[in-house]
Ligand binder design. Structure first.
Ligand code: C2E
Ligand code: CA
Ligand code: CA
Ligand code: CA
Length: 279
């Protein structure tokens, strides 16, 4: 038993080192990834729940790591936030998404809005609005076709500058959606103070959505409440036909999820835009 304990300790110890080493390498590589152009945006369509038409798309970052292959954002965004690199990565994302959307419009494809995920660090920066203005001017995109997705942690830091930034963005014509809705803390009270255009119900609720399930009643009341405030409701993580039918009956405005499409590279997204609808 003693022998075994020793071995266990050694195994545990060495895997901890590898973990630390991996993070060290990851940070080093992350610093170079922008220069080497290793990031890529995938896009996932957002559909009108009733007509099945594409009304928007979410830009989701991917990292083509030279040795590790495709790395998921859940693996490097937290580190990018910790190191402050998210500011540069975030700017790259907004610019690439605007440029791509403009290119699709110039090809004559139907105009839809592109949403980009903005992390709290990025949003709170004093020069955030300034950077948005610069990117809009440089890419020549109509801000009406640009949306940002923020999470409740931004709103929790409830102060005047958050409200001002949101108002400024909306004055510029940019829409704001509240992502991962329902997972945060006392979500509903925020909706009174912060005027968002859309809320996105978190996919953890949609996953368990069946008639008469607990999620069923939660989602139903979220949708009723949000619509009474004249805010659009979108559901993310819609994978099954049945979920779509339930959401439609609940008057959910928009849906996004594997049922229609996984996030896809830009070329594939262009094809989806050309096709335009689910049917
Ligand atoms: P998110 O903003 O909540 O994005 C939705 C995530 O759900 C995406 O994961 C998407 O691929 C996934 N998803 C979409 N439909 C389905 C479905 O039907 N079923 C399931 N199981 N999953 C679905 P992804 O692309 O791995 O992104 C993970 C997270 O990384 C995002 O969550 C977002 O928080 C963050 N992220 C991605 N791109 C960026 C970015 O450019 N900037 C920042 N700051 N964060 C980003
Ligand atoms: Ca999102
Ligand atoms: Ca989300
Ligand atoms: Ca998320």
């Amino acid at each position: 038993a003693k022998e075994q304990g020793k071995n266990n300790y050694q195994i545990y110890h060495s895997s901890m080192n590898i973990q630390t080493y991996k993070i060290f390498l990851l940070e080093k590589d992350l610093r170079r990834a922008l220069l080497r152009d290793e990031f890529e945006l995938y896009y996932q369509p957002r559909l009108d729940a009733n007509t099945g038409r594409i009304v928007g798309m979410e830009a989701l970052i991917r990292w083509n790591h030279p040795e590790w292959g495709l790395v998921s954002p859940d693996e490097f965004i937290p580190l990018a936030e910790e190191t402050g690199l998210i500011i540069y990565i975030g700017e790259w994302v907004i610019e690439a998404a605007c440029r791509q959307n403009k290119a699709w419009q110039e090809q004559g494809l139907p105009s839809v809005s592109v949403s980009v995920n903005i992390s709290a660090h990025q949003f709170m920066r004093k020069d955030f609005i300034h950077h948005m203005n610069r990117i809009i001017a440089e890419t020549d995109i109509n801000p009406h076709w640009l949306e940002i997705e923020i999470t409740e942690n931004i709103l929790m830091d409830n102060d005047q500058s958050t409200i001002l930034t949101m108002q400024n963005l909306q004055k510029m014509g940019i829409s704001i959606s509240l992502d991962d809705f329902g997972t945060g803390y006392s979500s509903l009270s925020y909706l009174k103070h912060f005027k968002v255009d859309t809320i996105k119900i978190d996919k953890s609720f949609i996953r368990d959505l069946r008639v008469d399930s607990e999620s069923y009643f939660i989602i139903k009341s979220i949708i009723q409440l949000v619509k009474s405030l004249h805010i659009l409701v979108a559901a993310e993580g819609v994978e099954q036909e049945e979920q779509l039918h339930i959401l439609r009956r609940m008057n959910c405005d928009q849906v996004q999820g594997y049922l229609y499409s996984k996030p896809v590279p830009a070329a594939k997204m262009g094809e989806l835009l050309k096709r335009g609808t689910l049917h």
